[in-house]
Structure formats: C-alpha cells, structure tokens
Design a protein around this ligand. Structure first.
Ligand code: PBG
Length: 324
C-alpha cells in the first residue's frame, strides 16, 4: 500500500518550501536592545554579550544608523549612569544619560524608527533593586509608582515614543499612564513587561547594565516560572490599566505564554529574547557545537509562530544584516 497523503511533496525544493511557509519574519518587527553609559570615552565591549557594547552617545548614534539601514523596527534603550543613589534619581533627571541619549536619537532619526525606553530604577539605584526600599529592605510598591511616573515623563519629554516599564510593581501601567496624560503626553505608548519572570537568563544583562541587586533577588516582584495562569492575570491587569503592547519575558522557556497572550488578548504581543538566551547560543556556536545562523533563524521563527508580533532580541542586527 502506498500512502495517499504525501506532505513531503511540498518539501521537495527550497522554492516550494518558501512558497508554503506559514511564518515569515519582517525586519520591522524587530527591536534591538541598546545600552548607553555615562562618562565613557569609548564604547566598552560587554564580555558576556559578545558583539554588544555599553555605548557612548556617539557610538550609539552610529549603531542606530546601522540598525536602521538594515530595516530594524525599533530600539529599546537602557541607560547606565556613572553615579547611583538610594532612589535612582538619574532615571528621571532630564540630564540623566538615558534622557541625553534619547534627545540625540530623536534629533537624528525622528520617527524613522520606534524609539523605546526601558523604564525601571535598577540601573540607577545603589542597591540595584527595581524600586524604593523600606528600612527592612523590602520594596515599597506604591512609593515606587510615584517615581515611575516621573521617569515616564522625563523619557517622553526627551523623545521616547514608547516607554517600557520592566519593574513588575503592581499598578505600574496605570500610574505611568496617569503621569504621562497629566503632562500632556497622550501619544506616548506603553509597552508593558506584563508577564516578566524571575529568571536566571538575565545574567549577562546585569553585567551590561551594572544592575545586579546588591542583596536578595527579585522574586518578590518578578513572577515565579511555575505560573502560567498568573501570566494571564498579569496581562489582563495591564490591559485594564492602559497598556498598548504586552510583553512576555524571557521568550524561549515561555513560548506557551506568548501563545496564551496572543489568543486571549487583541493587543500587539512582544517577546523579549533575553541576554542569557543570546549568550548561551553564542557560546555554543563559538565552540562549534551548534550552527549559529540556523539556530538563530529557528529560534526567531519559533517566537513568531508562537504568536509574537514584535521580537526584542540581541540578534536583531546580525539577523537583519544577513537578510538584507
Ligand atoms: C530591569 C530589566 C532587566 C532586563 C530588562 N529590564 C533585568 C532584570 O530584571 O533583572 C533583562 C534583559 C535581558 O536579560 O536581556 N530593568
């Protein structure tokens, strides 16, 4: 007996496979994370994120220009200040490094790409936590919200067209929306890190942003990897609070939640392919254990297949260069 169903017929040639591919990746769905550091005279390589740098404002402009030339959809900026304090005041200082860089990028590139700013305090606080600490070392949720509102306004005023709160405080999207609206920034959007997990895969980022917590960890505000239903709840809350785009983070170990969010909510869904997901693949490729290009294509396609409309990834430049 010969089989009558022959799926292999459509796999016979590369042209046939391209013709019937269900998932394709568009360059403008990619967002590149970038770091800009205060007080550097030259860009400084980040050893745990090969190919990435703490930029000076000038090297940042060149990087964004290059990304734009290969068609990137947006960038998300992280500031690394030269001095930190208890509250993280550099995050909302109009002369803070992120604001300085945002103004320059806005002047250079305008609306040619989407300028996003990560909105958190951990890079700016001496203790490295994402919010204000009480005397007992716990994070004070509501005191933090007030500061997030200030950061959002400073970022909007400096030229961010989307702010991306990543601190996982309860009510952060509502507080930021209210702060932005009060200051007249009705057009500035919020990309909410809605389902953000307490993850070991952030390791290299903490070197890049110099933001490792000085004590404890982030498990009282970031989510427990065991919980998927809770992601649905976090996402619904952020929608109700006024989020414009929802994000799942990390991406690789959380593909079910990308799919769940895509199916339950009709807003755009982003995923963050985080630092450790980049570095582990790079390290395996360096050792010759894995074919980097094929693995990257497969992983990124998987995010889109799972339902991500927007992919934030350290592979953005490599991948888009290869395609252009
Ligand atoms: C917090 C923040 C983190 C990342 C993005 N925003 C670090 C953390 O939560 O500890 C991680 C991104 C990555 O690993 O690539 N401001």
């Amino acid at each position: 007996m010969f089989p009558t169903e022959r799926p292999r017929r459509l796999r016979r040639t590369p042209a046939l496979r391209r013709l019937v591919a269900e998932t394709t990746l568009a360059p403008d769905d990619f967002v590149a994370p970038l770091f800009v550091a205060e007080g550097l005279s030259d860009a400084r390589a980040i050893s745990s994120l090969p190919g990435h740098f703490q930029h000076t404002v000038d090297s940042l402009r060149h990087e964004v220009k290059e990304l734009l030339s290969v068609g990137v959809g947006g960038v998300i900026l992280f500031g690394v200040p030269s001095t930190k304090d208890e509250l993280g005041s550099g995050a909302w200082d109009p002369d803070g490094i992120a604001q300085v860089a945002l103004r320059v990028l806005r002047d250079d590139f305008g609306d040619e790409l989407v300028l996003m700013a990560d909105l958190c305090l951990d890079e700016y606080t001496r203790h490295g936590h994402c919010g204000v600490l009480r005397a007992d070392g716990t994070v004070d949720n509501d005191a933090t919200l007030e500061l997030y509102g200030r950061v959002a306004v400073a970022q909007a005023e400096a030229g961010a067209s989307v702010v991306a709160p990543s601190g996982m405080m309860d009510g952060q999207v509502a507080a930021i929306r209210a702060g932005l609206d009060r200051a007249g920034h009705h057009g500035v959007g919020i990309l909410a890190y809605a389902a953000k997990y307490a993850s070991a895969f952030y390791g290299p980022f903490r070197e890049a942003a110099d933001s490792a917590p000085a004590f404890g960890d982030r498990r009282t505000y970031q989510m427990d990897p065991a919980n998927g239903r809770e992601a649905a709840r976090e996402v619904r809350l952020d929608v109700a609070e006024g989020a414009d785009i929802l994000m799942v983070k990390p991406a690789l170990a959380y593909m079910d939640l990308i799919r769940q969010t895509r199916e339950q909510i009709d807003l755009p869904v982003a995923c963050y392919n985080v630092s450790g997901e980049y570095s582990m693949l790079k390290a395996a490729a360096e050792r010759g254990w894995i074919d980097e290009e094929r693995a990257v294509d497969e992983m990124l396609t998987g995010f889109a297949r799972a339902g991500a409309d927007i992919i934030i990834t350290y592979f953005a430049k490599d991948y888009l260069k290869r395609r252009s």
